[in-house]
Design a protein around this ligand. Sequence first.
Ligand code: R5P
Length: 337
Amino acid sequence: MKIFSGSSNKSLAEKVARQLNTGLSPLEIFIFPDGERRVRVIDRVVNEDTVVVQSTSPNPDTAYMELFFIVDALKRSGAKSATAVIPYLGYQRQDHVFRDGEAVSLDVIIETLESVGMDKLITFDLHSIKIPELFKIPIVHLSALPIFAEKIREIARGPVRSFPPASARSSLSSSNELRAVGNPSTSATPRLSNDTILVSPDMGGIRRIKILSEMLSNMPFISIVKDRDLVTGNIESNKIDTDPSQWKKTVKKAIIVDDMISTGRTIDAAVDLLIEQGIEENVVFATHPVFSNDYKNILQNSKVSKIFVTDSIDVPKDKKFEKLEVLSIADEIAKNL
Ligand code: R5P
């Protein structure tokens, strides 16, 4: 088996190759002055099973074009099979017609991937469980939830490092960064216990939160009902689906779980709502760090305590911020190759 990487997430591809005790096979990707790309397979791949790792964010159009060319080049060079590892499947939120006249963009992407010769897809935490049905080829739909569950257990076992309650936060630095009390130089890891509840920031994530709850010995969960304007993307209203008398009394900490963070507005609005309800600490787990527009400002200034994402999308140094921790999915990918 030979492993290739597109240019969008080479560090993840390298980790996957390392897990499999091999290296990446060389690929020439040349960018012409007008922006067009030329892809050339250098290794001999005749009758080989090949794997291409390519995330499709940021710049989904460029990433997809590059992937189409890599798969085409591999197949033309005689590869027996081409498995695409697309940890974050770009365009997945456009999986059906929301308003008359719209394209089903994800369908176009899938048809193109299949027609250039992709034989199998490995991907993570799709926005909708119906997406695999759109493919004619086999698709392995993995999840970061086991990694999140492990981290949540680890946090629960970890050393006691208290977080300032919401009421004390106004005395923190103007950038609103949260730091551990008594250890101002370290970014804090909150301690989670049975006063903690799992939260889906919208009803679309309810299945995800139920699965995570089962992994964590039926940790209680609630969901926020989020209404978004389909044209502007603005969040119009946010409320909790469960009567507060059923969960509010003892709960002080929330673990919000989402499939992706793009602008950060969903998380920011969820945290504000939970704080209004008396929750003192909010920790976020989201698989895909899509991170667009003003996300850094929004999340850094939000009252969220800590955000865990995965490397399904590369997060270079300049996209990181203090509250963020990146967990790797390389192991999961390697196990499934
Ligand atoms: C929406 O249904 C998704 O699950 C995410 O909540 C959403 O895409 C996040 O976007 P943003 O960070 O821009 O609010």
